[in-house]
Design a protein around this ligand. Structure first.
Ligand code: TYM
Length: 330
């Protein structure tokens, strides 16, 4: 069945392995057979107060990274969120029926309060409402995302359902968080715990050079090694295997698991192999990225065309929503 697919990535730093395996790989698979909208969430990026030059530079970087990974602007609509101001109108309208209590209970909001108590702005509180607007403005049915976005998707469904109930319509579909044929995934960081992130200092970026990759992987956290056969893995070692599961061949991961469980593993060997496998996967992306970054004309054309297509779709929804709500011509 042809789905309408929407997903975005915040422009707050370079893309890392988590973004690639959690989201972009699905975008690439889905773009061939569906109506796809992929965007750069540069309104969301404002919650962290970027300087104007950094905001622009980050948008350009993510755009080029999308293209370098294989998003085809002739198949998918690739655009910048702020080129579609209709989304901010839908955000305003949805905010009227989003309750402060439910927003305050969002896990990502609570985490932000803990990590950045000096910058708890209203944009952070209503972040899931803007995200819902991004998604339902194109009447999406599937949203390819990583595990960390699951709760936001539940909220999107709730806001869509609430709108339909309040106005007695079947207007917005309830979109599902999606990963091609499997569970949503979380790629861990190299620091032993938690997920890989843009600003946690625990990531491999798609633009990292082979030297940088080797250095990061070789200094990843491990433990002192298994002491008895069949011993359960510690969190940091499990994490290295999780990364290996997505980048290396199955025979390779099987080999190292066997070595682990028979207490013969040398983490140095595992890391060397992992670094080389990462380099093989990422080198073509990095090389293409450098070419695309140098071609401003191409980038300008992509966002212009993508923005126009996304706006057309968004404007239709906002027009219909205004009518449903009761904004009518005299
Ligand atoms: P962001 O920019 O943090 O991440 C972009 C995508 O990458 C996934 N991801 C991961 N997946 C697996 N393991 C990881 N370690 C990992 N880190 C990130 C995320 O799940 C996401 O799919 N709020 C969103 C951006 C957004 C959006 C939207 C997404 C704005 N509007 C509408 C979908 C639909 C965000 O900050 O993602």
């Amino acid at each position: 069945m042809m789905e309408t697919v929407v997903s975005g990535i915040r422009s707050t730093g370079k893309l890392h392995l988590g973004n690639y395996y959690g989201a972009i790989k699905n975008f690439i698979k889905m773009q061939n057979e569906n109506r796809c909208f992929f965007f750069i969430a540069d309104y969301h990026a404002l919650t962290t107060h970027p300087k104007p030059d950094d905001l622009h530079g980050n948008i350009k970087q993510i755009l080029a990274e999308y293209l370098a990974c294989g998003i085809d602007p002739d198949k998918a609509t690739l655009f910048v969120q702020s080129d579609v101001p209709e989304v901010s109108e839908l955000y305003l309208l949805l905010n009227m029926n989003a309750y402060v209590g439910e927003l305050e209970r969002t896990a990502s909001f609570k985490e932000k309060i803990r990590k950045h108590p000096d910058n708890i702005n209203a944009g952070l509180l209503t972040y899931p409402v803007l995200m819902a607007a991004d998604i339902i403005i194109h009447k999406a049915t599937k949203v390819p995302v990583g595990k960390d976005q699951e709760q936001h998707l539940e909220m999107t469904r709730r806001f869509a359902r609430r709108f339909n109930t309040i106005y007695g319509v079947e207007y917005f579909p309830e979109p599902d968080a999606y990963n091609f044929g499997m569970e949503l995934i979380k790629i861990p960081g190299l620091d032993g715990s938690g997920k890989m992130g843009k600003s946690e200092g625990n990531g491999i970026f798609l633009s990292d050079t082979p030297q940088a990759i080797r250095k990061k992987v070789m200094s990843a956290v491990t433990d002192t090694g298994p002491t008895e056969k069949g011993q359960e893995m510690s969190e940091p070692v499990k994490n290295l295997f999780s990364i290996m599961d997505v980048v290396s061949q199955k025979e390779v991961t099987d080999h190292f698991r066997e070595k682990y469980f028979s207490c013969e593993i040398r983490y140095g060997d595992l890391k060397k192999q992992l670094a080389e496998d990462l380099i093989v996967s990422l080198t073509p992306i990095r090389e293409k990225l450098n070419e695309i970054l140098a071609d401003n004309k191409y980038l300008a054309r992509v966002v212009k065309e993508g923005g126009e297509k996304a706006r057309e779709s968004a404007a239709r929804t906002v027009r219909e929503v205004r009518e449903i709500i009761g904004y009518r011509p005299f």
